[in-house]
Design a protein around this ligand. Structure first.
Ligand code: ZN
Length: 310
């Protein structure tokens, strides 16, 4: 085998699709493919697809003269990274699935299981928009809001695999009901879905968060109000995050980050207003797009490998 021909099999499993790749130890992707998750088939079928795709990638690596050395899998929901178990997931239906062991057995490769947002944060902190900072908070804002606190390239998972659920910080007591059942969570105010839903309720016309941002920028008062409320709620959540973590850089990813200055300019100002003695973090857009989870899964696998005897 040629030196430097080592790759990691990496999968980022989402509710609708799986982003999969062969990634070199330096973070370069040498091959990428995408597959449908088709979660409606049930968790067992999804696990079957994950194992088939992972094995196919390892085979592809060998066929291309590369050496697969490890496998990293990222999944949503509650993930027990220490035990390698997908504990719970609303959109994929996992309930205590020992995915790490299943993949390790099937592939014969050391395997790591990670949480999609935590490994996304890992990738942004080490290879992306947070790479110059030792303390990074990565916040993914899409259909939900979740975060990863990364210190010196490692993301804390929490005692129960549920660290970083910043979307469920209570920001508006008595506010809109969150998917978790409680009224007033950040996610119920400021996720992309919540912004679209709120605008639709008030205007009677459906709109995406991006359209709300466009209309707000064009001067439509209702859109401006909904957008401003979301930004204020986000600033409340980020101020809490900064009080807890005192990071150097906050990286905002997920669909909402695509609003660019329409999000970042007012968010920066609103966050600044809320901070007293805490230092203001640098607030930047994610750099790796939707590849962050896959790259992060690869990084997690490499970290595991470094701790495992070969
Ligand atoms: Zn909630």
């Amino acid at each position: 085998m040629t030196p430097g021909g080592e790759v990691v099999v990496a999968l980022d499993v989402g509710g609708t699709g799986m982003k999969c790749a062969l990634v070199r130890p330096d973070g370069a992707t040498v091959h990428a493919e995408r597959h449908a998750t088709d979660a409606a088939r049930g968790p067992e079928a999804v696990v079957g697809t994950i194992l088939d795709v992972a094995e196919g990638l390892a085979d592809k690596a060998r066929a291309d003269g590369l050496t697969p050395v490890a496998c990293g899998i990222a999944v949503p929901g509650v993930v027990d990274e220490a035990r390698g178990v997908a504990v719970w997931s609303a959109n994929v239906g996992f309930r205590d699935v020992p995915l790490r062991e299943l993949a390790w057995t099937r592939l014969g490769l050391p395997t790591a299981l990670g949480h999609d947002v935590r490994v996304g944060g890992l990738a942004e902190a080490r290879l992306g928009a947070g790479r110059d900072a030792g303390h990074v908070l990565f916040v993914a804002i899409g259909t939900g809001i979740a975060a990863a606190h990364v210190v010196d390239g490692s993301a804390a998972a929490g005692a129960h695999g549920a660290a970083g659920e910043i979307g469920h910080i209570l920001v508006r007591p008595g506010g809109p009901r969150c998917g978790c059942g409680r009224p007033g969570c950040l996610e119920a105010m400021a996720s992309a879905s919540a912004i679209g839903r709120r605008y639709a309720e008030l205007s009677g016309a459906p709109a995406t968060a991006a359209e709300v941002a466009d209309r707000a920028a064009a001067g439509e008062p209702l859109a401006g109000e909904v957008w401003a409320d979301a930004v204020e709620a986000l600033a409340d959540g980020l101020a809490t995050g900064q009080a807890l973590f005192d990071v150097a850089t906050v990286v905002i990813g997920g669909g909402l980050a695509q609003a660019g200055p329409r999000l970042f300019d007012p968010l920066r100002a609103a966050l600044r207003e809320r901070l007293t003695f805490h230092r203001e973090p640098r607030l930047v857009a994610a750099a790796l797009g939707d590849e962050a989870g896959c790259l992060g899964a690869a990084l997690l696998a490499l970290d595991t490998l470094a701790k495992e005897p070969r």
